[in-house]
Structure formats: C-alpha cells, structure tokens
Design a protein around this ligand. Structure first.
Ligand code: AMP
Ligand code: GLY
Length: 428
C-alpha cells in the first residue's frame, strides 16, 4: 500500500491540470507522466511520455509503461476512452481509471445511451433517433414546438442545439447531418423534447459495483452571460450546487445512478471511473440530459480544489473495486472556476495571443490557475493555444467568497479579446 506508484495521466486540458495538482499532493505518488507536456501546467508537474500516443500503435505506449513501471493510468478526456485506450492498457495488473470503449458509449453514442435509459426506465427526455436527414426534418416540421437536436457522436460539447424556432431546428439537422460539421459524429441525430428547469451535474465514482457520489456542481454551458449564445464545453462551474438537497440526491441515486450501473452490468460492462449525469430538475423530477464517462471540465477544477482526500487513494480504490473502503472528504465551503476563452471560441479560437497577469492572479488567496489551452513559446511567454485557455479557480468559505476571489484573479489576467462570463456562480 505504501509503495510509491508511478502514474500516467492522459489528456492535456484544465481538467488534467487539476488532477495532476491533486495527484502530486499524494505521498504515495512516485513519478507522474503526461501525454501533454505542451500544456505548461502539466509540464511543470509531470514528465513527458517520449513515444507517440495513438491507438493504432498502442504497443508503443504499453512498452513505455512497462519500462517505467507505471502501474496506474488515469484517462481524463472522453476521446481516448471512446477509442478504447482503457481496454488496451488494462492488462498485466495495470490499473486504469476510466471505462473501456463499451462503457464510454454512454457518452460517445447518445443514441445507444438513450436506448439504455429507455430499457432501464431511467427518467430522460422523450426522444427519437434518426439516421436520415429528410426523415429527421419531416419529424421536426410535424412538431408543434421546436425540439432539441443532438449529434449522436462526440462533438466536444458543441453537438447540441436548443433551437427557438422550427427553422433553426431544421438548420441544426442540416449542419449535423448534411454539412457534417462534426464529421461522423453526425451520422445519427437524437431529437428530443425540450425540458425546462435548473441543471445540475452529478458526478459519481464507480468501481464496477459501488457508486460514490461526489459533491454536486453546476456548469455554465452557454458562451454568454444569462445563458445566451452558443453551447460550449463549459464556461465556468461552481460547487456545491444548492439545488440538490439530501432527499433529491437520494432520488437521483435511486432513479438514475443505480439503474444506470445495473443496466451497464446487464450489458456485461465493468465500468470503473467517473459516471457523470447531466440532469435537468424538471417539475416532474430529475431527468437525464446526458451522460459523460469522465470528470467534467471545468467541474473537475471546481471539485479538485475542494477535495480533502488523497486523490491517488481514491482513484486506486475505484480501479480495484474498493470504493466501500474509502471516505471522500471535502473541504468545507465552496469553489468557483471561471473559464477565460480565446476570442473566436467556440467556432474558431485565435491562437498565439500573449497572456499576462498570471502571477498576480495566482497570488490571490485561495486561487489556483488551471492551464487548458495555453502554450509556452520559446522565449517563455504564455500564449493562447485553444478555445478555453485558462480556468481561474478559487476555494472560499462560501460561494460568494469563492466567486469574488475567482473574479478578482480573473480580472488580473489579460489577453486580446479575452472572453469570460461575468455571472458564474450567480445561480447559486
Ligand atoms: P448535453 O451536452 O446533452 O448536456 O447538452 C448541452 C446542453 O444543452 C445542456 O446542458 C442543456 O442546457 C441543453 N439541453 C440538452 N438537452 C436538452 C433538453 N432535452 N431540453 C433542454 N435543454 C437541453
Ligand atoms: N463541462 C461539461 C463537460 O465536461 O462535458
């Protein structure tokens, strides 16, 4: 138990930077390796993997892990999970945090996930699945109100359209299925009834048979203040959400989490990692909007600054089916993560814009800077290199305090065209 353990962390965003910071705090951690040393946050904490990482040559990474005695791999993002990296790496006693390709279908195939929910009577929006654009369009035109249109496959959190008119709904089908803006992810669409109500993210650890719910979070998916503008990967998050009391959480466990795990097991799926349910709290009760097969980004950043327990212990227990043996401890209070995005995000973010003020921001009490889409240039300047560049995350004694610290720090960070919502955490 007390032997140091070498870990590979796959993925290169703000979520992975937050995980790396917490893993580094564990006295049991030996060496930490990263697949994404181009993220300056990860580069400062982990050793780069020096072999190509692609699934067709998975043996090269396996050889690297053998050579460096890496006995645990933590997979952050959905793409490598959907590609089946967990299946490739979970061998010879090596532990992998994250489901195999079969379990990752919960997120990677919304049509399959919908059928799984139907089969298990899990509350979710009524939906129809189409693989033909003309049929999908005819269906939308026959509806009295414009439904929600979703690309069935992975689309970086941008594959969902919530149109206000039938014309916009038809347009969304066109973008997904005809213009194929998400590629093969758009060969099927899920068209579902539009639900109303507050949204919460419930993230649970799953070890094959046990479920351990983490603190609840709220994400802000739209680009603009007051939930305006297009959907993004998430512009900010806070934790805990005050929407979910004890009784509601029990209902969510009973009606959503437990039946989901049971349905996965019936399919023969041994699910180990994070099960994330995006829920809408409708007047008729909580309903599933989506599943994710991993920590949310930026929910993870908000969670990790509040996690008191040793993350390495928690992750190993999850991989080994020992969740019942651990106790998740959270720091009292709340946290808030504000995403700073490059101009042009989500459509065409501008790269290479110099970022200043990071040191001053990091010096604000309770604040952690999470690097997501940034790079360090040859002369040491940090520049934008992706849509969501940074997460500015603060922990505080209350959500109000966490929010105000996070905004104080976020206002100290500058780059041309910085996009940031002003209302993260206000819903709390
Ligand atoms: P998803 O990626 O499926 O969570 O969808 C992204 C966002 O679209 C959600 O966070 C909701 O705000 C919205 N959304 C998804 N499905 C629905 C629905 N059935 N009714 C209303 N809004 C939805
Ligand atoms: N923030 C939402 C997600 O990670 O999908």
């Amino acid at each position: 138990m007390s032997q140091p353990i070498n870990v590979l962390l796959m993925g290169g965003g703000g979520r992975e930077h937050a995980l790396a910071i917490k893993l580094r705090q564990s006295p049991r951690l030996g060496r930490l390796f990263t697949t994404h040393a181009d993220n300056p946050g990860l580069a400062a904490l982990a050793t780069p993997v020096d072999v190509p990482v692609n699934i067709r040559e998975a043996y090269r990474l396996v050889q690297f892990l053998d050579k460096h005695n890496v006995s645990l791999v933590v997979i952050g993002p959905e793409d490598p999970l959907a590609e089946g990296w967990a299946d490739k790496l979970r061998a010879d006693g090596r532990l992998v945090f994250g489901p195999g390709a079969d379990g990752a279908r919960l997120e990677a195939d919304k049509a399959w996930a919908k059928q799984l929910m139907r089969g298990a009577s899990i509350p979710t929006a009524e939906a129809r699945i189409f693989d033909d654009a003309a049929a999908a369009t005819a269906f939308v035109r026959s509806r009295p109100n414009p439904p929600v249109i979703k690309a069935a496959g992975l689309a970086k959190g941008k594959g969902v359209f919530v149109p206000d008119t039938t014309g916009q709904a038809v347009d969304a089908i066109d973008k997904i299925m005809v213009a194929k803006i998400f590629g093969a992810a758009g060969s099927q669409v899920v068209i579902e009834e539009r639900l109303e109500g507050p949204e919460v993210s419930v993230l649970a650890l799953v070890d094959g048979h046990n479920i351990y719910v983490m603190e609840t979070c709220q994400d802000h998916k739209r680009l603009g203040d007051g939930d305006s503008g297009p959907n993004t990967g998430g512009m900010g998050a806070f934790c805990p959400s005050r929407q979910v009391d004890e009784a509601l959480m029990q209902r969510i466990e009973r009606q959503v989490l437990v039946p989901t795990l049971d349905a996965l097991r019936r399919e023969g799926i041994d699910y180990r990692g994070v099960l994330y349910a995006g829920l809408m709290l409708t007047p008729a009760g909580p309903k599933v909007l989506e599943y994710n097969c991993r920590f949310g980004d930026p929910e993870c950043q908000a969670l990790m600054v509040r996690l008191e327990s040793d993350l390495l212990d928690v992750i190993t227990a999850t991989c080994q089916g020992r969740l019942h043996e651990i106790d998740l401890a959270w720091k009292p209070g709340a946290s808030c993560c504000i995403v700073l995005a490059a101009p042009g995000y989500p459509d065409s973010p501008r790269a290479g814009l110099p970022i200043t003020g990071l040191e001053a921001a990091a010096a604000v009490p309770g604040v952690t800077i999470h690097h997501a889409g940034t790079r360090r240039t040859a002369d040491g300047t940090i520049v934008t290199a992706g849509g969501r560049a940074l997460g500015i995350t603060a922990a505080g004694s209350s959500i109000e305090e966490a929010r105000s610290l996070a905004y104080r720090a976020a206002d100290l960070v500058h780059f041309e065209g910085k996009q940031m919502r002003r209302d993260i955490g206000i819903k709390a």
